[in-house]
Design a protein around this ligand. Structure first.
Ligand SMILES: Cc1cc2nc3c(=O)[nH]c(=O)nc-3n(C[C@H](O)[C@H](O)[C@H](O)COP(=O)(O)OP(=O)(O)OC[C@H]3O[C@@H](n4cnc5c(N)ncnc54)[C@H](O)[C@@H]3O)c2cc1C
Length: 295
C-alpha cells in the first residue's frame, strides 16, 4: 500500500505541465484530485518517476458561461458542477450527473477531467458528455486541439489523449429550448460507480414530435457509447409511452456488455434498456411548458 518513490512537481502553468510531460514521457503522470491516481500508485499498478500536480493552476478551476455553451476547466470538481447556478440554468444534465457520483467527499475532490482521462468504463461523466455532444480541449507539444466526445473514449481506460497532452477544459453546448434531460443509474453499492447509467436529452417541437434525441450509456460496455439506434427510433416521431419503450429496446444494440462479479452481461443489457426508458420518460416530462406528459 506504499507507492514506489517518485518526484513531485507543482506545475505553474499548462505550458509548464506539458513541457514536463514531454521531457519525462511515460515516466510522468498528471495529478488532479488524486482519487484514481493515488490508489493506482499505492497498489503499484502505476509507478511513475514524476508526478505533475496541476492543482495550483487557478485558471483550470473555472466554470465559464458563454452565449451558447459552458466551458468547464479541467480541475472543476464534481461538487462545483453540482452546485453551479450557471450549470443548473444552462445545462442541468451536468448537475444531475454530478450529484450521483460517489459521495460528498468524492464529489469535493474528484475532477471532471480526471474522470474523463481515467476512462473508467463505470464512470458517470462519459454518459453525459456523450449525450451532450461535448468537446474535450487538449493542450500538448503541438498546441491545442479539440476532440469530440464521441471520438474521445476508445476503450477501457483508453482515450484519445496523445502522449504529452493534458485536458484543459470541456466545452458543453447549452441546452436548446424545449429540451428535457435526465441521468439515471443503478449504482454499485460500495463505490457508487455505475453498473449502468443513462444520460438522455430530448428536444420536442411544438406539435409534440421528437426534434432530436441523444442518449449516452456508461457502465454497460468496455467504454461508454452513444445509443444511436435509440435516437434514430425517436427522431421525427410523435412522442408517447409506446414509442419510448420501443426505442429504449435498442439501448444495447451492437454492444458487447461487460460480464463481471457486479452484473452479468445479460443483466447489464437489460439495465441499459430499462434505464434508457426511464431516462427518456424523465427527460420528456421536463421538456417544459406546452408539452404534457404522459401522452
Ligand atoms: C471511493 C470512490 C468512489 C467513486 N465513485 C464514483 C462514482 O460513483 N462515479 C464516478 O463517475 N466516479 C467515481 N469515482 C471516481 C472519482 O469521482 C474521480 O472522478 C476519478 O477517480 C478521477 O479522479 P481525479 O479527478 O481525482 O483524477 P486523478 O486521480 O488525479 O487522475 C486520474 C487519471 O487521469 C489523469 N489525469 C488527471 N487529470 C488530467 C488532465 N487534466 N489531463 C490529462 N490526464 C489527467 C491522471 O494522470 C490519472 O491517470 C469514485 C472514486 C472513488 C475513490
Amino acid at each position: 500500500m506504499i507507492p514506489s518513490s517518485f518526484d513531485y512537481v507543482v506545475a505553474e502553468s499548462v505550458d509548464h505541465a506539458v513541457r514536463l510531460l514531454v521531457e519525462h514521457g511515460e515516466d510522468a503522470k498528471i495529478l488532479s484530485g488524486g482519487h484514481s491516481l493515488l490508489p493506482l500508485l499505492k497498489f503499484r499498478l502505476s509507478t511513475p518517476k514524476l508526478v505533475i500536480d496541476l492543482g495550483r493552476i487557478a485558471s483550470l478551476r473555472a466554470i465559464v458561461e458563454e452565449q451558447n455553451r459552458l466551458r468547464l476547466g479541467a480541475l472543476v470538481t464534481h461538487h462545483q458542477i453540482e452546485a453551479s447556478e450557471a450549470v443548473h440554468r444552462r445545462c442541468p444534465l451536468l448537475a444531475e450527473t454530478a450529484g450521483q457520483i460517489g459521495d460528498v467527499q468524492i464529489r469535493n475532490r474528484g475532477t471532471l477531467a480526471g474522470s474523463l482521462a481515467h476512462a473508467d468504463p463505470a464512470a458517470d461523466w462519459p454518459a453525459a458528455i456523450l449525450a451532450l455532444g461535448a468537446e474535450v480541449r487538449l493542450a500538448g507539444p503541438k498546441g491545442e486541439r479539440s476532440v469530440a466526445a464521441r471520438d474521445f473514449f476508445i476503450d477501457m481506460m483508453l482515450t484519445a489523449i496523445a502522449p504529452g497532452e493534458i485536458i484543459t477544459e470541456v466545452r458543453v453546448p447549452a441546452l436548446a429550448p424545449l429540451t428535457g434531460w435526465a441521468y439515471v443509474k443503478v449504482a454499485q453499492k460500495a463505490s457508487g460507480f455505475a453498473i449502468a447509467g443513462v444520460a438522455a436529452l430530448l428536444s420536442v417541437d411544438p406539435s409534440g414530435h421528437c426534434a432530436a434525441a441523444s442518449v449516452g450509456i456508461t457502465g454497460v460496455a468496455s467504454r461508454a457509447y452513444r445509443a444511436s439506434a435509440v435516437a434514430a427510433a425517436l427522431e421525427g416521431k410523435k412522442l408517447n409511452s409506446d414509442g419510448i419503450q420501443a426505442a429504449a429496446k435498442h439501448a444495447a444494440d451492437g454492444i458487447e456488455p461487460l460480464d463481471d462479479l457486479h452484473a452479468s452481461a445479460a443483466f447489464r443489457a437489460h439495465l441499459a434498456r430499462v434505464l434508457t426508458r426511464r431516462a427518456l420518460e424523465l427527460a420528456v416530462s421536463r421538456v417544459g411548458p406546452g408539452v404534457s406528459w404522459p401522452v
